[in-house]
Ligand binder design. Sequence first.
Ligand code: TRP
Length: 338
Amino acid sequence: MSHKPLVLSGMQPTNTLHLGNYLGALKNWVKMQEDMPCLFCVVDMHAITADAGYGKSEELARSTREVAAAYIAGGVDPARTPIFNQGQVPEHAELSWIFNCVARLGWLDRMTQFKEKSGKHKERASVGLYTYPVLMAADILVYKATHVPVGEDQKQHLELARDIAQKFNNDYGVPDFFPQPEPVIMGTATRVMSLRDGTKKMSKSDESDASRINLTDDADAIANKIRRAKTDPLPLPASKDELKDRPEAENLLNIYAALADQNRDAVIAQFAGQQFSGFKNALADLTVAKLEPMAREMRRLLADPAEIDRILKAGARSARAIATPVMDEVKRRVGFIA
Ligand code: TRP
């Protein structure tokens, strides 16, 4: 039996979103919307696996609205594609509990992201951080989603979701109940690296704000960060072979190509042999031209939080319409009296 194509993805509402989130994820989601039905959630339940508590709740709600605003400003159309926060759709948590009883400790023990995030003192990490990938599996499978756009770092979590789906299907004797969701790994051209170190991913957790371009940065901040971005002393390369061991040059050219919707070879040819100063001016102008309208739209949306909340509520209603029948069937199979 084949399952109807459905895309699901989500971003965690922690700190501010940056250019890497846009070029690495959001821009592709917007494209996928043209080809398949999609659901995009803001995973506020994942956000509380770390750094939660008194004093953090306002910040969480603010970040959730900001991520939703970024989805919309970036081009996700809420009239067509439900946008919602996970905490407003209780079926995620319900299925997640059942999946906690399907997944094996040995499977979770292999998750490299937990090892990285929990660090030296894993006994102090929340239990939620440990079962984070189980909740992620529930996010996807509660809608029987088939395609999941994620970064390379989430591939292992997707494999776990496939294992959970398979084991549930086997254990309850329903071979095709849950689909095997496929990761849609975004192209390499959109892997955006730190502006201070071309070997590290652009990240919201980097202590240097100059390492990233935030989606809410104004034109001056964007231009300054690009002009100060780390480079090497050579002029721009004339071919992609000359990019070897020049991670900063490669990163800036990739960003240019992605923002201009051009292929990288064309961009290399355009700037071959030139100095970085001129190229950086062109890149700063392009980045401002692409991000400014989005930042403006985000500011406009965030000025009316009640409107964002309405969009999230409507999105959650549409999402629940898909999740409820799946959950009813799951409960019946598991043996819960309804
Ligand atoms: N773990 C994902 C990340 O850090 C976020 C996420 C949570 C997600 N649930 C998901 C992504 C479901 C795709 C589908 O990027």
